[in-house]
Design a protein around this ligand. Structure first.
Ligand SMILES: Nc1nc2c(c(=O)[nH]1)N[C@H]1C(S)=C(S)[C@@H](COP(=O)(O)O)O[C@H]1N2
Ligand SMILES: [Mo]
Length: 410
């Protein structure tokens, strides 16, 4: 439903505002974009593309229709998915957030705890990383052929390929002469999320040694000042890690002996160490599970979409493949006949090991209903399970099953 046409522009804004407030207050999910939404993503977050599908209005959880990801190597900011479990009051925009006056603490197991104004970061040498930004719940709905899992029913569009730029964590610590105690093994990053009363800011822990090698305090995204909705003015990003670990609105960095006990570290955002049967009850603890850290190798078909009807002849299938950046993608294999025969796809090899590889393959399919499969293999020999449900977990994290698309050839 669009605002009624006879309303003035101001009335229309009021109508949309009250509609989104009403949605937020009731916790009712906006209808997905493909079914005539009440409000579009562009009404809820300034600058976002109205074609994004809305999972929840506020906090914003928006998904990119997969076909829109095929057009460009670097996903334009208006099209980048959004996933907030909490959302600061003034963050509903692609515009920049104010850097000067933004305070970041360096605390816990350090000899010289301190806080600094983030404006300092702008004067330090900047580096840029092209990298996949992917929610660990991306593709969660694909577990449904087994046992439906809890959480936002993401299709394939909880991911993007972006360029984050900022200051390496190690350079920031050097600038402030931070002395980390040897007992510190983890880095816990906390956001300034503006949580509801009784709730805490979002936070996550990652291994300190890896953070010192890979993490950036990001100030820019796709060449623009980091948008408020994507964590501006400062976000901790660690290339190769799942999106949940890239803590937005960074307020503190704590150097700790163990992982955070915040619910976003445990029991959420973890998968079992040992496989469990689909549907089995499982409560993640520090001991029986691992955090959603390094991204598992994955291949996604972006076009044609699932259940497409194709005309006879040859069809070009397009998609992306990526992993945790620890090895290059060696090949993408595509099967026109549900895994009986495979052919190699053409790969566009990106300069950054953390970026996605776009691929395409021309397939000649016989008439009728066909199953096209696709999978990636990297140079460490890592591949994807033929049935992603072998990694079933109650919250449906880190799906990376071989991609299977049904199409009908007319
Ligand atoms: N402070 C904070 N950081 C956060 C979140 C959040 O709710 N608060 N959500 C996380 C999750 S689960 C994901 S998938 C990514 C999404 O990043 P995006 O909204 O920029 O696409 O941000 C992560 N960082
Ligand atoms: Mo996420």
């Amino acid at each position: 439903m669009k605002a009624p046409p006879h309303l003035t522009a101001l009335d229309r804004r009021r109508f949309l505002k009250s509609a989104s407030i009403a949605l937020a207050a009731t916790g009712v999910r906006a209808r997905p974009a493909w079914s005539m939404p009440l409000v579009s993503a562009a009404d809820l977050v300034t600058g976002k593309d109205p074609r994004l599908a809305i999972h929840t209005a506020r906090p914003a959880v928006f998904e990119t229709p997969a076909a829109l990801l095929a057009a460009e190597q670097v996903t334009p900011l208006p099209l980048v998915f959004v996933r907030n479990s909490q959302q600061p009051a003034d963050a509903a925009t692609l515009a920049a957030a104010k850097l000067a006056g933004w305070k970041i603490e360096l605390a816990a197991l350090v000899e010289n705890p301190q806080a600094f104004d983030a404006a300092v970061l702008a004067d330090l040498p900047q580096v840029e990383r092209e990298m996949v930004l992917q929610c660990s719940g991306n593709s969660r709905s694909l577990f449904a052929h087994s046992v439906v899992t809890k959480g936002t029913p993401w299709g394939r569009g909880g991911m993007a390929n972006v360029r984050f730029a900022g200051v390496p964590l190690a350079a920031v610590l050097e600038r402030f002469g931070l002395k980390i105690k040897p007992e510190a093994k983890y880095l816990t990053a906390e956001g300034r999320d503006d949580p509801a009363p009784g709730e805490q800011d979002f936070e996550h822990s990652i291994p300190l040694a890896e953070a010192l090698k890979k993490s950036l305090l990001a100030l820019r995204m796709n060449g623009q000042p980091l948008p408020a909705i994507h964590g501006g003015p400062v976000r901790l990003v660690t290339p190769g890690f799942y999106g949940t670990m890239h803590v937005k609105w960074l307020s503190s960095l704590r150097f700790e002996a163990g992982e955070s006990e915040h619910t976003s570290q445990v029991p959420h955002y973890r998968t079992p160490l040992e496989p469990i049967a689909p549907g089995q009850k499982f409560t993640a603890t520090l001991a029986n599970s691992e955090p959603n850290w390094r991204m598992k190798i994955k291949c996604v078909v972006l076009s044609p979409g699932p259940d497409a009807t194709l005309s006879a002849g040859s069809t070009t299938f397009q998609g992306v493949a990526f992993n945790d950046g620890e090895a290059r993608i060696a090949k993408v294999l595509v099967s026109p006949d549900a895994g009986r025969t495979w052919q190699a796809a053409e790969l566009d090899v990106p300069a950054s090991p953390y970026a996605w590889y776009r691929w395409h393959a021309a397939l000649k399919l016989p008439p009728g209903k066909q199953q096209v499969w696709a999978m990636a293999i990297d140079e460490l020999g890592r591949g994807q399970p033929m049935d992603g449900a072998i990694h079933w977990n109650p919250q449906g994290y880190t799906w990376n099953g071989v991609e299977k698309i049904s199409v009908t050839v007319g």
